[in-house]
Ligand binder design. Structure first.
Ligand code: NAP
Length: 247
């Protein structure tokens, strides 16, 4: 398979897109570290499903917003598996509100998880990838970070930040053949979009040329491509997986 012998870390892989990504990477032959924050049972179930399909996975708890915990987690992955080939920065949260109602902590929580989390993991993963002179980082941004979205100033700012971070890190690491790319999903069927009001779902679908929300597995396929050597000459890019919404 395409990722045989590779070691991957997927943040926020207990549920939703991250879980689908972990399963897809394992199906391609990678050993996958399933990071989670609070959903231990779901993370265990994701690992069990991978193992039932003949793949290799293990779970590791930490909040990506916690710099010290992230450093310890990545050290443990490297100590156990001696390498880290793929980092998928997927962990993310929303705390939607209109600007006049948005509380300081709603803005900070989203930036701390969605943007600073990417900094924390990338810093320690990059150290190992530089030693190896190889690696691929895939950051999950969002169509909100490209187009903006009313009620999501915090979230859109974090996801636009991820795009700037991706391009800058791609430039920093390119000379060592380490690639850094981002994916901008549109509306994807997960618990994150399940909590949207019906009117927002209808309005969202109206903006999508495909007329439907995407599936987590459709994002996972794109992650596998960017993570693999099939994308060996691609870095600093933002791949939209959005049914044409952001074209
Ligand atoms: P989800 O179903 O709500 O799952 C979020 C995942 O992130 C969970 O596994 C959760 O783990 C984890 N997480 C949250 N905070 C964390 C933290 N501090 N540290 C570590 N893990 C944490 O969300 P999703 O829809 O799959 O979204 C995944 C990513 O895609 C996010 O970055 C999101 O912004 C992005 N995205 C989603 C959509 C969409 O329509 N769904 C569209 C564009 C972009 P626990 O449950 O263990 O806390």
């Amino acid at each position: 398979m395409r990722l045989d012998g590779k070691v991957a870390l997927v943040t926020g892989a207990s549920r939703g897109i991250g879980r689908a990504v972990a399963k897809a990477l394992a199906a391609e032959g990678a050993t996958v570290a399933i990071n989670y924050n609070g959903s231990e049972e779901a993370a265990k179930q994701a690992a069990a499903e991978i193992e039932a399909d003949g793949g290799k996975a293990f779970i590791c708890q930490c909040s990506v917003a916690d710099a010290e915990a992230v450093e310890a987690m990545i050290k443990e992955v490297i100590a156990t598996y001696k390498r880290l080939d793929i980092l998928v920065n997927n962990a993310g949260i929303t705390r939607d509100n209109l600007i006049l109602k948005m509380k300081e902590e709603e803005f900070e929580d989203v930036i701390d998880t969605n943007l600073k989390g990417v900094f924390h993991t990338s810093k320690h993963a990059a150290r190992q990838m530089l030693r190896q002179k190889s690696g691929s980082i895939v950051n999950i941004s969002s169509i909100s970070g490209v187009m903006g979205n009313a009620g999501q100033t915090n979230y859109a700012a974090s996801k636009a930040g991820v795009i700037g971070f991706t391009k800058s890190l791609a430039r920093e690491l390119a000379s060592r053949e380490i690639r850094v790319n981002a994916i901008a999903p549109g509306f994807i069927e997960t618990e994150m979009t399940e909590k949207l009001p019906e009117a927002a779902v209808a309005a969202g679908k109206g903006q999508i040329p495909f007329g439907r929300f995407g599936k987590a597995e459709e994002v996972a396929k794109a992650v596998c491509f960017l993570a693999s050597s099939d994308a060996s000459y691609i870095t600093g890019q933002v791949l939209h997986v959005d049914g044409g919404m952001g074209m």
